[in-house]
Design a protein around this ligand. Structure first.
Ligand SMILES: Cc1ncc(COP(=O)(O)O)c(C=O)c1O
Length: 303
C-alpha cells in the first residue's frame, strides 16, 4: 500500500501522515463533517485522468453545507482548482478516489459552525473488474433508514453514517455482506453507501429521491444510461417483496459503481450470479467514466 500521500488541509498541501485536525473538534466528536466521495478515471485510450461528474458532487457538497449551516470556505471554482492541484501533486498512475470534506475544526460543540476547515484527499482506487465480479448476499435490515424530518439522508453528513453502521454490523452478524434499509413507511430505501435498483421483466426500478435516500449521482447516471439502452425506467415507491421477486438487483454509488446482489434474505435473485442487464449497464458505466461516450463528455472534468 502506498503510504506517502499529499492531501490538502487548512489551506495548504501537506503530507497526509502529518495532517492533523483538532481532537476536541466537533468533527471528531459529533461527526460534524459534510463530504463527497468522488472518482477520477483514466481513459484507456488517451491515458488522461478525468474526474467523473465533479460539478454534481460539488453542488451536492454545497447543498449539504447549506442544510447543516456551514459556510464553505471556498466557492465552486476554487474547490475545483484545489482538487486538481492536490491530484496533480500525487502524480497517481491509476484511477483514483477523492474524498472532499468540509468540517468544523478547533474546539466546540455540535452547535458550532466555525472554524470551518476543508480537506481534499485523493487515493488510488481502481474500477471494478467485470470478469471478477461476485454477487453479494444482502438482508433487509431491522434498522430503519434515517428520515428527512430527523437526520436528512439528502445531506452527506458524517454523523448520518452511524445509522449505516448499526445496519452493517447486524448484516455481518447474520452472515450477510450488506444490509438493505426500509424507510419509516416500510417501503424500500437504499443500502449503507449505495442506492438500489431492481430489474423486473426488463424494467429498471428504483425508489424515489423522497424514499429516504441520498440523492445519488450514480443513480441518476444509471437512469440516463438505462434509458439510452432502451430500458423502461420506473422511479417509484417500491415494496419490500418486490426485492424478493426481482430478476436482478444491483447497488450503485460512486464507490460501489454497480454491485450485483445475488440473494436477499432467504431469496435467491435470478440464479444468484451477476445479472446480464446489470453487467451490460456496468459496461456502459465504465464506458461513460472512461470518456468513451461522446454524448456524455460533459460528465468529465480533465485534471
Ligand atoms: C448513503 C448513500 N447512498 C447512496 C450513495 C451513492 O451516491 P453517489 O452515487 O452520489 O455516490 C452513497 C455514496 O456516496 C451513500 O453514502
Amino acid at each position: 500500500m502506498r503510504m506517502k500521500r499529499t492531501i490538502w488541509l487548512s489551506g495548504a498541501l501537506v503530507d497526509s501522515q502529518s495532517a492533523m485536525i483538532g481532537a476536541l473538534s466537533p468533527a471528531a466528536q459529533f461527526g460534524l463533517s459534510v463530504f463527497e466521495g468522488i472518482r477520477a478515471y483514466r481513459s484507456e485510450k488517451t491515458g488522461a485522468l478525468n474526474v467523473f461528474r465533479l460539478n454534481e458532487h460539488l453542488e451536492r457538497l454545497f447543498d449539504s453545507c447549506s442544510l447543516v449551516g456551514f459556510c464553505s470556505p471556498y466557492n465552486m471554482s476554487e474547490l475545483e482548482s484545489i482538487i486538481k492541484m492536490v491530484v496533480r501533486a500525487n502524480d497517481y498512475r491509476s484511477d483514483i478516489a477523492i474524498r472532499v470534506a468540509v468540517f468544523v475544526d478547533g474546539e466546540g460543540s455540535w452547535t458550532s459552525s466555525e472554524p470551518i476547515n476543508l480537506f481534499v484527499a485523493p487515493i488510488e482506487k481502481c474500477r471494478s473488474d467485470i470478469l471478477q465480479l461476485k454477487a453479494l448476499k444482502a438482508c433487509v435490515s431491522s434498522w430503519v433508514r434515517i428520515g428527512d424530518n430527523s437526520l436528512p439522508p439528502r445531506v452527506k453528513l458524517g454523523a448520518n453514517y452511524i445509522n449505516s453502521r448499526y445496519a452493517y454490523n447486524q448484516a455481518k452478524a447474520f452472515g450477510c455482506d450488506l444490509p438493505i434499509f426500509l424507510a419509516s413507511d416500510g417501503k424500500l430505501s437504499e443500502s449503507t453507501g449505495a442506492c438500489i435498483f431492481l430489474i423486473k421483466d426488463g424494467r429498471l426500478i428504483t425508489p424515489l429521491c423522497t424514499s429516504s435516500i441520498l440523492n445519488s449521482i450514480t443513480r441518476e447516471t444509471v437512469i440516463v444510461l438505462g434509458g439510452e439502452m432502451g430500458l423502461l425506467v420506473e422511479e417509484r415507491v417500491v415494496d419490500r417483496t418486490e426485492l424478493y421477486l426481482a430478476d436482478e438487483i444491483f447497488l450503485c454509488g460512486t464507490a460501489a459503481e454497480l454491485t450485483p446482489v445475488g440473494q436477499v434474505d432467504q431469496f435467491k435473485i435470478g440464479d444468484g450470479s451477476p445479472g446480464k442487464i446489470t453487467l451490460a449497464l456496468l459496461k456502459q458505466y465504465h464506458a461513460a467514466v472512461s470518456g468513451e461516450l461522446e454524448q456524455h463528455a460533459s460528465w468529465l472534468t480533465p485534471i
